[in-house]
Design a protein around this ligand. Sequence first.
Ligand code: ADP
Ligand code: ADP
Length: 228
Amino acid sequence: MILMEDVYKTYPNGVAALNGINVDIKQGEFVYIVGHSGAGKSTFIKLIYREEKPTKGNIIINEIDLSKLKERKVPYLRREIGVVFQDFKLLPRLTVYENVAYALEVIEETPKGIRTRVMEVLEEVGLKNKARFLPAELSGGEQQRVSIARAIVNRPRIVIADEPTGNLDPETSWGIMKTFEEINDKGTTLIMATHSKEIVNTFKKRVIAIEDGVIVRDEQRGEYGYEV
Ligand code: ADP
Ligand code: ADP
């Protein structure tokens, strides 16, 4: 599903962000990525959805060897991966409905099919009654739910979240975690980088800890393992 073999990433400025990553994540797993700021978590995540390319090593996503993936095939990979960011990245002039519909890859969908699918995911994240609202008219938690709806609208096999609760209070974060668990329960692989000790130690999952660009810990039902 997600396989990395001896993966290195050095940025053009010479910073070695990842220094030999080996990991195997199966379909349907829920995995936290933890580690100090600058450890390499975001770089690890960006390699999965091909926002960055490795300097060395093999990456296989959904049976696709990324080193052999042609540029024009990248959209097919991206369709299988939904991404959720800390700062939501919603389009401010579009409504909730439009933000989600805009992300929907329209493959042989009728206008009615599109509408049905968008309302279906909005219901899944509890925002069916806010479809007409603009992002600025929503709370932070609601905005993050819109971005989750946008991430899952194409039914990706993998959802990646980079610090999704970083801008949210604990109570709101709890709700977001419940939604991620529901998505994961349906078989979607969930990868989440987080600094939240409370979340990791409460919603027990596999924990992968990265330090200085290497995996220093990989445990099923692991602990956060750092003081704040
Ligand atoms: P984390 O997400 O754990 O905070 P990152 O993957 O963002 O870590 O960063 C790992 C290291 O790579 C850091 O030293 C960071 O400054 C560096 N880095 C990240 N992105 C870039 C980039 N685009 N160009 C150069 N260096 C980068
Ligand atoms: P219900 O049947 O529950 O009233 P609707 O299907 O009529 O729900 O629509 C729910 C919300 O979705 C409405 O607020 C509507 O503004 C919004 N909506 C539906 N289709 C579109 C669209 N094409 N563009 C923007 N908003 C839409």
